[in-house]
Design a protein around this ligand. Structure first.
Ligand SMILES: [Zn+2]
Length: 303
């Protein structure tokens, strides 16, 4: 082989080795140069859920955050350098800049604080007139008693969430056949009176359409309520819950574990409903978030 050809082969070999080395370095990232905090989605509006990722130079034993008056509990990847939390911005939050502070407890017991200023934009929500039977707009004394009793039951269901994530992987819509309306955040005017902001997403589901759990978790409520009609609430852990309303048949019981995609009920038109549909709510630490935006977030595969 002529010497120029050998030189060419050596250069190709060296180049291949360099590419291989660079690829390996990218795959086994043993060190993280500096601590970072990132959000998905990157820009937030009122009603948006978000995944917070904290990447640390050193291993940590605990990571906890403060965000708009809420405590944010992080869970770790196996390396204890990457930590995640699901959080969100309540629908009623005004646009502006809000601090996210994160306290990191390192393996040696020392602490450090990370801070990120997060801007919240205003989401465009509409005013929508609706007509329902008068008993739902001006409930009588018996109905008010039932509404008050329902509140006690719901508060109890909402009060305790699992201390670790019960969900895994992406959140998926509760049904696929029915189209969803972009109704989250609408200001609803029931029978001519401004009532409340719509804190969920409606699916135009025909009567008795099977409804699936949007992710794994534990059922914390499964019963009829006055406004909600047939209602199921699933706790996904760390303050995140999903709520399914107006059901015609409930197929799970409180206390039972469910898997993502498991059929938990059949849709209906019970409670304060203008017709057959499924109402899906997503609640984090008392804040209602847009379910459609939760489905768009790619969740981490925790190892
Ligand atoms: Zn609804």
């Amino acid at each position: 082989m002529p010497s120029t050809a050998i030189g060419k082969h050596l250069r190709v070999f060296a180049l291949a080795a360099m590419i291989l080395f660079a690829a390996r370095a990218a795959v086994c990232r043993d060190t993280i140069a500096r601590d970072s905090v990132s959000l998905a989605p990157e820009s937030l509006s009122n009603g948006a859920p978000c995944l917070i990722t904290v990447e640390l130079h050193e291993k940590a034993s605990a990571v906890a955050g403060k965000w708009q008056g809420h405590s944010v509990v992080f869970f770790a990847n196996a390396d204890h350098r990457t930590w995640f939390a699901l959080a969100g911005v309540d629908i009623e939050v005004h646009p502006g800049e809000y601090p996210l502070t994160i306290d990191v407890t390192l393996k040696d017991g020392t602490h450090k604080t990370l801070r990120k200023d997060v801007s919240v934009e205003e989401a465009p929500y509409e005013k929508v007139p609706l007509n329902v039977p008068d008993k739902f707009v001006e409930p009588n004394a018996a109905a008010l008693k039932k509404i008050a009793a329902d509140k006690v039951v719901k508060d109890k269901a909402f009060a305790k969430s699992a201390p670790k994530p019960e969900w895994s992987g992406d959140f998926r819509p509760p049904l696929h056949l029915a189209p969803q309306s972009d109704s989250f955040g609408n200001q609803r005017i029931f029978n001519g009176k401004l009532d409340s902001v719509h804190r969920g997403l409606d699916y135009r589901a025909k009567m008795r359409t099977p409804v699936a759990a949007i992710n794994s978790g534990r059922v914390v409520l499964a019963r009829p309520l006055y406004y909600e009609g047939g209602c199921v609430i699933i706790d996904h852990g760390l303050g995140l819950m999903s709520i399914y309303m107006h059901l015609s048949k409930i197929e799970v019981a409180a206390g039972k574990k469910v898997r993502r995609g498991q059929i938990i009920a059949l849709s209906g038109a019970s409670g304060r409903a203008t017709g057959p549909h499924l109402h899906l709510g997503v609640r984090w630490e008392g804040s209602y978030l847009d379910p459609a935006k939760l489905f768009q977030i790619q969740m981490p595969q925790v190892r």
